[in-house]
Design a protein around this ligand. Structure first.
Ligand SMILES: Cc1cc2nc3c(=O)[nH]c(=O)nc-3n(C[C@H](O)[C@H](O)[C@H](O)COP(=O)(O)O)c2cc1C
Length: 349
């Protein structure tokens, strides 16, 4: 209740000011529940390839807590796992402000933050202190001015591996020029070869992909995964989109950057479904993009995801969204006669 009132007040402030203030308040424990909510037993899940065990399949997506400052607080709101980052080896300021826009009428967000973060040293100092109340993912990226971007991922993996529960290689931010080129066949092969040789301390590693992929690009990624990705646990599908659906109504709809929230739900779920069809259960899939309800999460699970993540709709609905989505999801499972998440994974394929 307090948290959703907080979300309403935060929406009266400019978006990035609201975000900074929210992180500050959460880091002081303001509005954070004393105990994590009790969640239904049917929402417990173990991801088959990575072995991650989650009390809820609803995780916090990367970008909210770029510097690993409030993972404990987010666990208390009922997220089943939290992903921090994207962190780059060196600190960097990101793009000039304004770079974050609320598209309120569309329940969406556009951002062109550009990997603003305090760098790996700061991130790792925070990560070391985390209690592991729920599994934590460290999402790693490359500096904008790096001469060896793949080397940046290797540096990131090796720095966070002693302390995280899983690692995400983010090659799909649209706000670092050329980064998405790492999804191309030759670059992805080179990335997976070098990152596969990095010391990851036995941790599961996920690759985060864009939603702006045509069937040919999806087929290419899958064939590289089959050839060079045996060590990878899975994919996170998806990051924000560069597309602008004609249905958008908000004033800021033409701002440059990645679009997320409600309008991303359908396209990101479709890309998830295509990956799931091609990969046939060989990798764990985590679905992200436009989740606001248990029904949305359930649709991603039926399309092949074993877990989901959300960020943008928390901006509108407050952090109570984590526990609410998990509870609604348990009702969706029960209505269709499934005793567990695992039973429903990929049922629409
Ligand atoms: C303001 C903002 C910043 C983001 N920053 C990152 C980031 O640093 N790394 C990343 O992998 N994804 C980032 N994302 C993408 C989200 O993690 C997520 O994949 C995407 O927004 C789709 O989920 P949603 O519709 O629930 O927000 C960001 C999203 C937003 C809205």
């Amino acid at each position: 209740m307090i948290a959703s009132a907080g979300a309403r007040i935060a929406r009266m402030l400019p978006p990035e000011t609201a975000h900074t203030l929210t992180l500050r308040m959460l880091s002081y424990g303001a509005g954070v529940p004393l105990h994590a909510p009790q969640l239904p037993v049917s929402t417990r899940v173990e991801l088959p390839k990575s072995g991650l065990r989650l009390c809820s399949p609803v995780g916090l997506a990367a970008g909210f807590d770029k510097n690993c400052e409030v993972p404990e607080a987010m666990a208390k709101f009922g997220f089943g796992f939290v992903e921090c980052g994207t962190v780059t080896p060196k600190p960097q300021p990101g793009n000039p402000k304004p770079r974050l826009f609320r598209l309120t009428e569309d329940r969406a967000v556009i951002n062109r933050m550009g990997f603003n973060n305090f760098g790996l040293d700061y991130f790792v100092r925070r990560l070391e202190k985390y209690s592991h109340a729920v599994p934590i993912g460290a999402n790693v990226g490359a500096n904008k001015d790096s001469e060896d971007r793949i080397g940046d991922y290797v540096t990131g993996i090796e720095a966070v591996a002693p302390y995280a529960d899983y690692i995400t290689i983010n090659i799909s931010s649209p706000n670092t020029p050329g980064l998405r080129g790492l999804q191309d066949r030759a670059s992805l092969t080179a990335l997976l070869t070098r990152c596969g040789a990095a010391d990851r301390n036995g941790l599961p590693v996920f690759l985060k992909v864009a939603p702006d992929l045509d069937p040919e690009a999806i087929a290419d990624i899958c064939s590289v995964l089959n050839a060079e990705g045996a060590w990878l646990s899975g994919l996170i599908i998806s990051n924000t989109t560069l597309a602008r659906p004609p249905s958008l109504r908000s004033e800021d709809k033409s701002e440059t950057g990645g679009l997320s929230g409600a309008p991303l739900f359908q396209p990101s779920t479709e890309v998830l479904r295509q990956f799931a069809r091609k990969l046939e259960g060989k990798f764990d899939l985590i679905g992200a993009g436009g989740i606001a309800t248990g029904r949305d999460a359930y649709a991603k699970i039926r399309a092949g995801a074993s877990a989901v993540q959300l960020y943008s709709l928390m901006v509108y609905d407050g952090p109570g969204i984590a526990a609410r989505v998990a509870r609604e999801l348990s009702h969706c499972l029960a209505d269709d006669g499934f005793a567990s998440i695992a039973d429903a994974v990929g049922k629409d394929l």
